[in-house]
Design a protein around this ligand. Sequence first.
Ligand SMILES: Cc1cc2ncn([C@H]3O[C@H](COP(=O)(O)O)[C@@H](O)[C@H]3O)c2cc1C
Ligand SMILES: O=C(O)c1cccnc1
Length: 336
Amino acid sequence: MPFASLDAFRAALAAAPGPDRAARAAAEARNSRLTKPPGALGRLEEIAVWWCGWRGVARGALERPQIVVFAADHGVARRGVSPFPAEVTAQMVGNFAAGGAAINQLSRLLGARLDVVDVGVGRPTADFTEGPAMDEARFLQALGAGWDAVDPDADLFIAGEMGIGATSAASAVAAALFGGGAEAWTGRGAGVDDAGLRAKTAVVAAGLAAHPEAAADPLEALRRLGGLEMAAMAGAVAAARARRTPVLLDGFICTAAAAALAHASPGALEHCRAGHRSGEAAHGRMLDALGLEAVLDLGMRLGEGSGAAVAALTVKAALACHGGMATFAEAGVSGG
Ligand SMILES: Cc1cc2ncn([C@H]3O[C@H](COP(=O)(O)O)[C@@H](O)[C@H]3O)c2cc1C
Ligand SMILES: O=C(O)c1cccnc1
């Protein structure tokens, strides 16, 4: 859906539907009758009920998960904020096409549809220390590209990204949204050393200083300090909500993009769970600030949607138990 203005996108966010409460209650009732002590499947139980509520079913299985990797280049990559050169973004897009990346293996294992959407490879954002990363037209285009990438028939959606420099953009957006300064939100990304981390933190601080307007408006924070792939991820997460498709958020970059939605429209992430807690230092703090609990905590810090893809295997497990187990009555087991 092309958005003619930021207000049009805000209106789409405001129109977000809630879960199907009757389906959720039916899934909860079913869960309480299954042959196990109450609560013995731990958080798998609430994961299954969450998914059923958004899908509008009393029970179900994961059949059409979708992963979209949004790829884009960052102007700020020129500032030496990543241990890897900017050309790795395009090279990794080639690797996705050839099936050689981590996300290829995980999406195949999950049985997911994997799409790679180029929203700015070779056409970087502006360096946010010098001006807004995106003008409004480009920002709206990326939001719309993300919106359009979501398969309306998907039964679980994951947004991933590829873009050298992206953790600097995510740190800047997080600092603008949550406050606390560049130091609190800047981490090692793809692996900068101590000197690199100091330089990266200074670049994020310079970006924040250049865009005081970002603190006042979450979508402006995303436009001025974020990346094209982050804008597309935000558009995709919003589109999934419009279709009541449950979402697993990935790591630091994905969560920072989604956080802009949460700040723009309270409740915008009700259809989301945090797939994992990334090894990027500030991700846990961001999840806490958003009130999100991670499904997994494996020290992964890759991006590409990889942490959420592993978490989707846990959703599959949760739904296999919830959908397939016998009730106490069906199995003739006493005590239910
Ligand atoms: C080979 C390679 C594959 C990747 N896949 C995801 N990322 C991850 O690293 C980048 C962010 O880190 P930074 O902000 O430090 O540049 C993003 O592209 C992210 O998706 C990768 C990075 C590399 C090097
Ligand atoms: O958590 C993430 O999304 C992440 C962390 C490091 C590098 N790329 C992505």
